[in-house]
Design a protein around this ligand. Structure first.
Ligand code: SAT
Ligand code: MN
Length: 592
């Protein structure tokens, strides 16, 4: 086999399954050469230097942003494409009404035609990677093949990639196969196909994050959720954050929010000056793999090694940690540029954009300077708040699970589920206004159970049943909460300041977990008494807090009706427990 890079280990130690697969992809796609990634820092620098030389990356101001680069995508390739994303299971019912489905044979045939000869004149990169600490029994491996050096560099930042992962694959023999080509970046020749029964992914026509960095949404959520059901754990679209309170207790919270609703900010939260004595540690900002532990608690690892975060809105005030983190060794995608080659985005108080995200002279009449879904890719170790436990092989124990959406009205600032079963209904009832992270209209409310609507690799009804089964195995389950940072008043103004001040709500949850805070039954669940949210140092009128914690029974009855109608789509596969929980909530609201 002729390779453009030496194999990262002797051929004899390589998994035959990997080499045979690479060979078959090579004869199908006809690349000029094959490059095996070893995952070293020097390799990353070399790939970046090549991308700079051929004009795909632009080096940013080396004094202000050392080792930072800008990538401008195709203007039509800036977000996930849910309408072109498929789950290809033998039975359509296994994919469920929550997924687009195609039968595996048809999908493979379609993709084979797209991939045939697609890498002529290009290099094929082989990226062996591990999701999770390489020595953790909870981690899982994959190999991505791509013809994009930009995708390879992103994967090298976002995952534990290279020699160690390849070695683990050699021992284990199993890995998720992810085949990717940017094709011609043509939205009419673009598909993201998942074959959970074969543990494989085929993605063509896009270079954007969630469509192309196959370790992320495709593997760590869609395929992993399928594997997790078979193996008794959960793969979730959740951040993981550790909070140390003034008593020195550390609690870990896993929180699910739809894309671009502030997961990265919450995971790196800066405690407000008026709440001294707290410390915050990021374990993950996007994905959590949750395993029932022998001690009856739920334990979490972050399968990723980097962050692929939304840039606009990041500044010293909103998220100082992120602001500092992305000032070196960061890959920016689709931000604007100042005259002296510094990246610029909406929400940055300093600097003036000279060119917009497409490289055109900035003209406000054409929209924002940075794309609303512009992103940074950066290693987790660059985060000043990175938890010392990110590489713990068994993960961290979870005290609370939080579900949240972006809702102008209806959902109060926070409420707690009565128990795990009710919590599953609370998660399944999630709805949120859409954001720029996916192609389509922004700001319309849609159902997004557990923030997994775009990411669950199988039928949601089976997924909720699995959640109920996992809960039943936990003797010390996390408490489950729902939050809404985005509630507005009748003038459309946000009622809650958000960002670091969200710690006030998390602090109440921790008091609940420690058995020190009380609640009142609000019909929809358990609500804090207003005096139990610490608002010292915050200029928040008592009426505003009351409004934030209020439940409008009429609106909620409508919400419950909509939830019921939504859940009934799943027909007889819907677990009976969920109907029971719906009935309990309806009765409590009618009584209250
Ligand atoms: O799908 S991405 O990982 O690119 C971002 C997101 O939508 O969460
Ligand atoms: Mn996400």
């Amino acid at each position: 086999m002729s390779t453009a890079s030496p194999l990262p280990m002797p051929m004899s130690q390589l998994s035959r399954a990997v080499t045979e697969w690479v060979d078959s992809v090579r004869s199908l796609t006809q690349p000029d050469d094959v490059y095996w990634c070893d995952g070293s820092a020097s390799e990353r620098h070399r790939l970046i230097a090549e991308l700079v030389r051929n004009g795909q990356l632009l080096r940013l101001n080396p004094e202000q942003f050392p080792d930072c680069h800008l990538y401008r995508s195709h203007p039509g390739d800036v977000a996930r494409v849910e309408h072109l994303t498929y789950i290809c299971t033998r039975s359509q019912a296994d994919a469920g009404p929550n997924n687009n489905w195609m039968d595996p044979q048809t999908a493979h045939a379609k993709m084979r035609e797209l991939f045939r000869g697609a890498m002529r004149g290009r290099r094929l990169y082989v990226i062996p990677y591990c999701m999770g600490p390489v020595d953790s029994p909870l981690a899982r491996c994959g190999v991505e093949i791509t013809d994009s050096a930009y995708v390879a560099v992103n994967m090298l930042i976002m995952t534990r990639a290279g020699r160690d992962a390849l070695e683990r694959i050699g021992h284990e023999g199993t890995f998720v196969r992810g085949l990717h080509s940017v094709g011609e970046f043509d939205p009419d020749r673009r598909f993201i196909m998942h074959f959970p029964e074969e543990l494989s992914i085929e993605s063509f026509g896009s270079g954007y994050g969630g469509n192309a960095l196959l370790g992320k949404k495709c593997h760590a959520l869609r395929i992993a959720s399928w594997q997790a059901r078979a193996e008794g754990w959960l793969a979730e679209h959740m951040l993981i954050v550790g909070l140390r309170n003034r008593r020195g207790e550390t609690h870990y919270i896993a929180a699910a929010f739809p894309s671009a609703c502030g997961k990265t900010n919450l995971a790196m939260l800066i405690p407000p000056a008026s709440l001294p004595g707290w410390e915050v540690f990021t374990v993950g900002d996007d994905i959590a793999w949750l395993h029932p532990g022998a001690d009856g608690r739920l334990w979490a690892i972050n399968p990723e090694a980097g962050y692929f975060g939304v840039v606009p809105g990041t500044n010293r005030q909103t998220n100082r940690n992120a602001y500092e983190m992305i000032r070196r060794e960061t890959l920016f995608t689709n931000v604007a540029l100042t005259a002296d080659n510094q990246p610029w985005w909406e929400g940055l108080p300093e600097g003036v954009p000279l060119t917009d995200w497409q490289g055109r002279p900035y003209d406000p009449a054409r929209g924002p300077a940075a794309h609303p879904n512009s992103r940074f890719t950066v290693a987790a170790r660059r985060n000043p708040a990175c938890s010392p436990h990110v590489n713990d092989l068994r993960g961290v124990p979870i005290s609370a699970i939080v579900f949240g959406g972006r809702r102008r009205e209806v959902a109060p600032l926070v409420y707690e589920a009565r128990d795990w079963r009710h919590g599953v209904l609370v998660g399944a009832s999630m709805a949120s206004e859409t954001t720029a992270a996916a192609v389509g209209q922004v700001g319309v409310v849609r159902r997004d159970p557990m923030a997994m609507q775009p990411f669950c690799g199988y039928n949601f009804a089976d997924y909720w049943r699995h959640w109920l089964e996992v809960g039943a195995r936990l003797s010390r389950p996390p408490r489950i909460f729902h939050v809404n940072w985005f509630r507005r008043n009748s003038q459309g103004r946000f009622l809650w300041p958000g960002y670091g001040e969200n710690l006030r709500v998390l602090a109440w949850m921790i008091e609940r977990c420690a058995g020190r805070a009380g609640v009142r039954d609000g019909g929809i669940g358990l609500l804090p008494r207003p005096e139990e949210i610490d608002t010292r140092g915050l200029s928040l009128e008592p009426e505003t807090l009351r409004a934030l914690l209020s439940v409008d029974s009429q609106l909620w009855r409508r919400e419950l009706d909509e939830t019921r109608a939504y859940l009934e789509q799943y027909g007889e596969r819907l677990p009976g427990e969920m109907r029971v929980e719906l009935g309990k909530s309806a009765a409590a609201l009618a009584g209250g």
